[in-house]
Design a protein around this ligand. Structure first.
Ligand code: ADP
Ligand code: MG
Length: 238
């Protein structure tokens, strides 16, 4: 669990300003959803928090520490992407253990964490299988498991369900919500799906054009959108 503080963050790609002096304070254990149309800057914001790109201006603080120039691995974060980038030649167990092995975690500790994560995600029967033998939903559980075993303070999700069919999406949505209850970790979750945002979030940051248009609870956003964009994008009761 950790707070995340994004302060006057600006990101330019060449001459294009993709994030415009953005501020966002996220509480310990809070589930924040970044919601907005394609191209509005959601992934850019998430990648900046993860340390996967350089910021043009501003700061990022995680757990009370300025991490703006820290390596991704030193930020206490775990990231789950839309495409489940699993190592195809390794078993599920291998995929879950790999990062910990690289970090020279003791063998017994790895075993313990893999057992715990696979129990939470209900993938225990799959541990000796290869990714090719798994369904899309199972693969995405393993991808979440890889963040889980690292015992991170903050989970970052970038449209983790958008490659799945509707039934699986609903199923994993419930799973992610349960995970949040169980772990109490801070979560930042990117999606362009209104339903996902409304069902998962403690607070939603509705983004458009590199700016947060509204930051509020799902209820507040739905009932009292601050402008036409938010009303149109989230859908209002009319
Ligand atoms: P979202 O995740 O909301 O769909 P992105 O954060 O991926 O949006 O992209 C925001 C904008 O920045 C888009 O216009 C995209 O084309 C542009 N962009 C993203 N990454 C790069 C990059 N590496 N170089 C140049 N432009 C980029
Ligand atoms: Mg994106």
């Amino acid at each position: 669990m950790a707070t995340v503080s994004i302060r006057n963050l600006e990101i330019d790609f060449g001459t294009v300003q993709v994030l415009k002096t953005l501020n966002l304070e996220i509480g310990e254990g809070e589930f924040i959803v970044l919601l907005g149309p394609s191209g509005c800057g959601k992934s850019t914001l998430l990648n900046a928090v993860a340390g996967l790109l350089d910021v043009t201006a501003g700061q990022i603080w995680i757990g009370g520490k300025n991490v703006t120039w820290e390596e991704p691995k030193d930020r206490g974060i775990g990231m789950v992407f839309q495409s489940y980038a699993l190592y195809p030649r390794m078993s599920v167990r291998g995929n879950l253990s790999f990062g910990l092995k690289m970090a020279r975690t003791p063998h017994e500790e790895i075993e313990k964490r893999v057992a715990k994560a696979s129990k939470i995600l209900q993938i225990e029967p799959l541990l000796e299988r290869k990714p090719a033998e798994l369904s899309g939903g199972q693969r995405q559980r393993v991808a979440i498991g890889r963040a889980l075993v690292r015992d991170v303070d903050v989970f970052l999700f970038d449209e983790p369900l958008s490659n799945l069919d509707a039934k699986l999406r609903t199923e994993l949505r419930v799973e992610i919500k349960r995970l949040h209850h169980e772990l109490g970790s801070t979560m930042i979750y990117v999606t362009h799906d209104q339903i996902e945002a409304l069902t998962l979030a403690d607070r939603i940051a509705v983004m458009n054009g590199g700016v947060i248009q509204q930051l509020a609870s799902p209820k507040e956003i739905y009932r009292r959108p601050v402008n036409r964009f938010v009303a149109g994008f989230v859908g209002s009761p009319g």
